[in-house]
Design a protein around this ligand. Structure first.
Ligand code: ADE
Length: 240
């Protein structure tokens, strides 16, 4: 598993790669993570990678040559080139899951006003992390890298991400730690009962409740099991 980030600001990723779970994943070679400054590939005599916009307009655009040459230098048959852009497909957990099977992911970060449109002919997919515009693709590449790396084998316990929000199409159920009573707010009795089946049912129902209350949209296209439908009816009745 390898992630190569093409960026004009490799230092942006320093704290990401030197902190906590991501640091350990890199040290344990669960993932190879590299940043490549594509300015090193420019043929411009002033070392520029951008230029003014044809037809006029504010700001500068990233030019084709440095990025395309950089891609040609590092791409292999198993590389997938991903452009980080607000025009891309909005990132969802299901997409992250799909991407963890790729051997080599190249994340292309824009800056300034964006990319020369022709660069899109050299990428395999375009990903956005949400409907807002960032100053560059770095925050988006970092977000996607983090979401990917935590799913790689051995990085965190499988159980931890199997129950994550979105993994089964629902938001995660509420969780508690000690003390059992904090300022009169108590941990639900069922979680202290040691009864695994009751705990499973409670968690599923509370997961459905959170999703129903906060993200009804997630329930629209989800095929509910018999048990889930029963719980959802109960939740709706409790709501009235
Ligand atoms: N670059 C600028 N804004 C972005 C966004 N929302 N997602 C991905 N890349 C971006």
């Amino acid at each position: 598993m390898k992630i190569s980030v093409l960026t004009l600001f490799p230092e942006f990723f320093d704290s990401f790669t030197s902190t906590s779970i991501i640091k350990r994943a890199i040290e344990q070679e669960r993932v190879t993570f590299e940043c490549i400054d594509f300015r090193a590939y420019t043929k411009d005599k002033h070392n520029n990678v951008d230029d003014t916009i044809c037809g006029g307009g504010a700001g500068m655009l990233l030019a084709c040559q440095p990025i395309v040459d950089c891609l040609r230098a590092i791409k292999t048959d198993s590389s997938v080139v991903v452009m980080m852009s607000p025009q891309g497909e909005t990132l969802q957990q299901a997409k992250v899951r799909e991407m963890i099977s790729y051997d080599h992911i190249i994340l292309l970060c824009g800056h300034y006003e964006g990319f020369d449109e022709r660069i899109r002919d050299y990428v395999d997919m375009e990903i956005s992390i949400g409907d807002y515009v960032l100053t560059g693709g770095e925050v988006a590449a970092l977000t996607l890298s983090d979401a990917l790396i935590r799913l790689y084998d051995g990085v965190i316990a499988k159980q931890s991400h199997e129950d994550d929000s979105f993994e089964n199409g629902l938001l995660e159920y509420p969780q508690y730690t000690r003390p059992i009573d904090f300022e009169g707010k108590k941990v639900p009795d069922v979680l202290l009962s040691g009864h695994h089946e009751n705990i499973r049912q409670w968690r599923l129902k509370e997961s459905l409740r959170k999703t129903y209350l906060r993200r009804k949209d997630l329930l629209v296209n989800r095929q509910l099991t018999k048990e889930e439908s029963k719980f959802l009816i109960e939740i709706k009745n409790e709501d009235n």
